[in-house]
Design a protein around this ligand. Structure first.
Ligand code: SF4
Length: 234
């Protein structure tokens, strides 16, 4: 086997490192340009789920898995009247709770998670929602996405970029990431999106994904990002 001199190996490593850094700088610049336009067109991006308390946001986010925010809002309108506190969710009859959340789909799992999540909050956290990602993700049905949604929107804590189906699709189309692994996407976006924008960033992509950059038929001809989007079909 051909022996590669150590000096050459180091040089190759440095070259790869420099190329990666260059790529990263380019991506960061691109993200900045995109954010500038998103900010202009969507000046007040907000969470589409309705809630009055951090606990309600947590429950609404658990219900939003594989369901539209619109449907979740219809369900939670009555749900939060029927179960006004985490204690009432913890004490709920599981079969009744299943029926109450049924329209959001996967209702057995969601009801079970909501009930045991509220029980754990009462038993292990004195009934207070923790404001740390590693604690929130100990609750049933709460993954990184749900925890980031709650921390960002209810507590204004930038713990990470929320990665849902829209963020995944747009981040791929805009050339920032490749693949669908949410954990990897969150990590990679965290490196190129300025932290001060983490909370709004996913709202921007979600709004744009719903309105323009749709899954099946992206409306590239009328999209304000067309000049700087690598996926534009021209
Ligand atoms: S130009 Fe097309 S692919 Fe790019 S962000 Fe706009 S709608 Fe999506």
């Amino acid at each position: 086997m051909l022996k590669v001199p150590v000096a050459l190996k180091i040089e190759a490593k440095e070259l790869i490192g420099a190329t990666l850094t260059k790529k990263m700088i380019k991506k960061k610049e691109h993200v900045k340009s995109v954010i500038k336009l998103l900010k202009k067109y969507y000046p007040n991006p907000e969470c589409a789920l309705n809630y009055k308390t951090p606990e309600q946001l947590l429950i609404a986010t658990i219900l939003s898995a594989q369901c539209t925010d619109k449907r979740v809002n219809i369900v939670t309108e009555e749900l939060f009247i029927k179960y006004p506190t985490i204690e009432s969710f913890a004490a709920a009859d599981i079969e009744q709770l299943e029926q109450d959340v049924k329209p959001t789909g996967f209702y057995r799992n969601k009801a079970k998670n909501i009930k045991s999540c509220c029980e754990k909050l009462i038993n292990d956290f004195d009934g207070i929602l923790p404001q740390k990602l590693e604690l929130l993700t100990q609750l049933a049905g709460v993954g990184r996405k749900t925890a980031n949604v709650v921390l960002g929107n209810a507590f204004n804590i930038s713990s990470g970029v929320v990665v849902d189906t829209h963020v995944t699709r747009l981040s791929n189309r805009l050339g920032w990431v490749t693949g669908k692994n949410a954990v990897i996407i969150e990590r990679e976006l965290g490196q190129i999106v300025p932290k001060k924008h983490w909370i709004q960033f996913s709202h921007w992509l979600i709004i744009h994904g719903r309105a323009v950059c749709k899954a099946r038929k992206p409306q590239c001809e009328t999209c304000f990002l067309q000049e700087i989007c690598p996926k534009k079909p021209y």
